[in-house]
Design a protein around this ligand. Sequence first.
Ligand SMILES: [Zn+2]
Length: 104
Amino acid sequence: MPGCTAPTKTALPSTGLSASRTLESRLSSWRGWQIRARCGDPLCPPNRLVCVGDMLSAWGDITVRDMTGRMRCSVCGQRAQSIVLLKGGTAGQVIHFVRGTAAL
Ligand SMILES: [Zn+2]
């Protein structure tokens, strides 16, 4: 087989920040976004969206990494396995994956 073509998967939506930079960024830089978290249990429904602004009020300006460590499933209380930042706009919804890529 000529060449070395690695199988390419569909690229995830990206806002230009690498995953590690996202984790080290401050929650305040995501003001206006919403967060959806999901545990690993397929029987749990998706958790409701939480506004970043509400988290800032509750937890202060922590890093995204700290935030992911505190997120828990509101149904079963397990630690969240998948976390995404969402932002709705006129051009559609922007999804930024923070941890995990499971369908929410
Ligand atoms: Zn759960």
